[in-house]
Design a protein around this ligand. Sequence first.
Ligand SMILES: [Zn+2]
Length: 307
Amino acid sequence: MRSPPHLALFAIAVLASRSSALAQEPERRQAEQQQAEEQQPEEQQADEQRSPRTRHPSAELDLQDCEREWFDAARLQDLVDETVPLVEKHAELQFEERPVVRVLNADSWQRLVACEMPDARDQSLAVAITLALHVPERGEVFLNQPIAYELLRTRADDDQKRRRIAQATLAHELTHVLQEQHFELPSRMRAERSNDNKRKLKFLVEGHATLVEERVAAAEFGIAGYAEWSRKRHLKARRMAYTRGRDYLANLAEDGGERAIHEALGGPLPSWPAFVRVAMRKPKRPRDAADAETDEADAKREHERKR
Ligand SMILES: [Zn+2]
């Protein structure tokens, strides 16, 4: 790779942590939150008192765009325009407004991550490994510089797979924009005051984006084994909302088509037993060996956790 060394490191972190934006907030953070709730009842109380209608503090940030020499805003827009119809096709939803995707300078990215993930144990790590952030209150998606670099700087003779993987992440983020435009789902999740409901909403938000991301990667980019690879990454990082949420929606679609997914995204939340029943059901279409293998590891891990 010819990128500067710190970018190369970033890129490694990106590949190693193949998660997504909101992704960072997820399970790891949930554990931290749980801990924080036990230790800091006052802070929790303050948070609960915040009205759901209060604008998220990220909405007020003054954010500056990336000015690196490799950054090409027009090229990024081309890539977004190229990805939009793929996301629409696989989500079976149309964008009501053209999505806005930005890449920030280092200082602005740092401030945004601090605002979005105030509980992160290690802020500099969060800044480095967060791939992207969808901020529904702003109606904007932000890509971290390393992933933008993968998207924009891949030359014709480079490994196109890396660019396609980055583009699959872009598809994931654009799916969050669709969720907001049609169901106000991400902002509903952020405003939700009950932790239990928030968690359910997270399974829907991340499960849906993961499912669309996988479909785009497999059907449009021809990346073999992408779904299995993605699942392994999420399981390793214990991001269950991504895997179980995805399975829940994929299984709903097996019975009721895409309409069943849309009804789930826009309708009342299921009970946990109902959710588990659908999410854990074996898919009707046979899975391949790799998938079965990771499921086994998943089950084993769950079993160990219960002990
Ligand atoms: Zn996401």
